[in-house]
Write a new protein. Structure first.
Length: 473
């Protein structure tokens, strides 16, 4: 598979094309320092075998950031060094921190905008990134990723909604000025051998925001400036965030937030067209910079097809690798059947939104890290069988079954409908409501149990059912 072929990045080489993109964990303390929980989370990702693990965004400046990592001073280097070492000890992939500058925001709903920054504040930003990148190398990381996506400073300069009236706003050329200055400052600080990646929005997904028409040009200019890969995200903006009294705006609550982390109602690879469009535009100008696609890429076949069709060079998977960090190792060994598969319920997103430690909906109750197991024996249904039943009620189909059994414990259940896996539930849940069923179609359901090692039981008995076209008043 091309998915497991190496990819050179300057003096480093990715062992495969799978990327763990930066995702918030809220495991660090208010001091922004690395702790045991952070080390365990990222060592777990590294152990799983991804070619590149990007550590969650860490602030390049001395600003209060809540329970998020920081890299804005030398005092953070020892902790970051322990993190980089733990990641390198655990797995074969490269480790990059994602470095970020963000603006102020308050619980009253006020937020600082790029138009509020003085010219001196703007001109200081590239130096902050350069200093942070230098600290990252001192800490032992293999490279850095510059955060220019979503609601944050550099993304807001790139935005069509940037209302500055000086050389940093207005036309696209002027909106590109600060990001290009930042890339130049970082490259000068780290030298020619160190890979520098970039994450940015292929589409802002808000009214008046830029689309692929602009983003492909933005990508070209940044690639020409010397970034070594471009990771394409989408949305995640303040402009359509839903305000809540007494809480700061959270930039993933509106439509743009859904587009950033497309949930179960979105088609697979929902945002892959952005990476494909950007990559094709780069190649038309003879630029070979690798492009990473992201956004609900959930199976090996889908990931491989994007690579084979030359619509992407890297595959970034956040939620699937949160659900099962061993996804790369299992798939490379031909054990896709043992992968714990994300159900895109976006509970992880909701936890971040409510400032809670980010965990997976499918993990065992109370777990703060993904479980590990070497068990190879699959769960079993009780002697009387799973006794799966289906009932049509209230315009939906309700499934119930008996719990499976496993010496280490059942991890969860996959729900199948008409030959397709449609959802998953944790082990404590032995019922499911299918609200997407409609009358006029006959449905066949079954359920599979899986354990901590991803071993799957045989299927339950199959049940067939059809909704009545007559709904109760």
């Amino acid at each position: 598979m091309k998915l497991f072929s190496p990819l050179p990045l300057r003096s480093r080489t990715l062992p495969n094309r799978i990327v763990v993109p930066a995702m918030v964990t809220r495991l660090s303390g208010e001091d922004g320092c690395v702790n045991d929980g952070i080390r365990e989370r990222y060592a777990r990702f590294a152990k799983g075998g991804a070619g590149l693990v990007v550590v969650e965004a860490m602030a390049v400046h001395q600003a209060k950031s809540g329970p998020l990592l920081r890299i804005g001073g030398n005092e953070f280097v020892p902790g970051l060094r322990s993190l980089a070492q733990a990641m390198h000890d655990a797995g074969p992939g490269l480790a990059f921190p994602q470095i970020i500058h963000f603006l102020k925001i308050s619980r009253s709903g006020w937020r600082q905008k790029v138009s509020d920054l003085t010219i001196d504040e703007v001109r200081a930003i590239p130096g902050l990134y350069a200093a942070a990148a230098t600290r990252a190398l001192e800490a032992g990381f293999d490279g850095v990723e510059l955060h220019m996506a979503h609601a944050y400073t550099l993304s807001s300069f790139l935005s069509r909604l940037n209302s500055r009236r000086d050389e940093y706003g207005g036309s696209l050329e002027r909106r590109l000025r600060l990001p290009l200055e930042t890339v130049a400052a970082v490259r000068a600080a780290v030298g020619e051998a160190v890979p520098v990646g970039l994450r940015f929005d292929g589409e802002e997904c808000v009214k008046g925001g830029y689309t692929l028409e602009d983003s492909r040009v933005i990508a070209l200019r940044l690639a020409q400036a010397g970034v070594d890969y471009i990771s394409v995200s989408a949305g995640g903006k303040f402009e359509d965030a839903m305000p809540r009294e007494g809480q700061p705006l959270y930039p993933y609550t509106g439509y743009s937030g859904e587009r950033c982390m497309p949930g179960r109602t979105y088609q697979p690879a929902a945002n892959a067209y952005l990476a494909a469009g950007i990559r094709a535009f780069l190649r038309s100008y003879g630029v070979q910079t690798p492009v990473a696609a992201a956004g609900k890429i959930n199976t090996p076949d889908l990931a491989e097809s994007l690579l084979q069709r030359e619509e992407a060079d890297l595959i970034a998977m956040a939620r699937p690798l949160l659900a099962d960090p061993d996804w790369p190792r299992k798939v490379q060994a031909g054990r896709w059947g043992n992968v714990i598969r994300c159900c895109y319920a976006n509970v992880c997103k909701a936890k971040d939104e409510h400032f809670q430690t980010v965990t997976c909906f499918l993990w065992p109750k109370g777990a703060t890290q993904a479980p590990e197991s070497t068990d190879e024996a699959p769960p079993r249904w009780p002697k009387g069988g799973a006794v799966l039943s289906a009932q049509a009620a209230d315009g939906r189909i309700q499934l119930r079954w008996s719990p499976a059994e496993d010496p280490e414990g059942v991890y969860g259940y996959d729900i199948w409908r008409n030959g397709e896996r449609i959802d998953a539930v944790p082990s404590a849940v032995t019922m499911y409501h299918d609200g997407a069923a409609v009358s006029g179609i006959r449905y066949t359901y079954w359920v599979e149990a899986y354990d901590m090692g991803g071993n799957r039981s045989g299927a339950t008995n199959q049940v067939e059912i059809e909704l009545s076209s007559q709904l109760e008043a």
